[in-house]
Every structure is written in C-alpha cells, then in structure tokens.
Design a protein around this ligand. Sequence first.
Ligand SMILES: [Zn+2]
Length: 119
Amino acid sequence: MPLKATDPDVRFWSRVEIRDPDECWPWRGYRDRKGYGRVMVQRGVGHPGWRSVPAGRFALYLCHGVWPTQALHLCDNPPCCNPLHLYDGTAWDNSHDALERGRLVIDYRHRGRFHPRPT
Ligand SMILES: [Zn+2]
C-alpha cells in the first residue's frame, strides 16, 4: 500500500536527513536544549491534545511498531534518528541480536522503514 504524505511516518522521515545506513541521520526539526529532536504526536483515542516526544523514540516506534520506553544512542549524537544508531534500552537483546546478524535492512522506498530480510 503506497504511503500518503499525511501518514505520520512519512511526515516524520521527511524531517530527517536520511543518509547512508552507517552515517548519522540528523533531525531537521525542533531540537531541545540538549540537542535531541522533538516531535509532536497526538495523544490518541480518549486523550485529546498533543505532546512532544523525543524524535529518536518515534523513529524506533516507526521501525519496530513498539513504543520504546527509552531510545538510547549508540553514536552519542543527540539529533541522530538513524534507527541503526538507536536502541530501546528495555529491548536491547532482541534489537541488538537482529542488528548483529544483519537481518534488518532499510527499504529506501519507504524511507527508513525496516523489513526482515528473507533468508
Ligand atoms: Zn547516529
């Protein structure tokens, strides 16, 4: 299914400078005082209004479909949104294992979405 420009993930990745997988992908939107990207998200059903969340957490959420309790940077570069440079501190074992084995590949047609590589 083609992505629409209104999809939240398309809007998110349009504000990330997407480079090679081994480079940092700087956030081009609003950054907080420490340099971390911030993105506004709607709270959801029954919770009207918006809140700001770290861009790195949102990047992990889009790639894994699970909201991470925290997004840690492997590269010590706060504005970086490269999912390969981020990991959920609580799900380290799973994501790290997948990265080590190279099972996650970037589909550039979907700008940063991850799909399992067929074995
Ligand atoms: Zn990085």
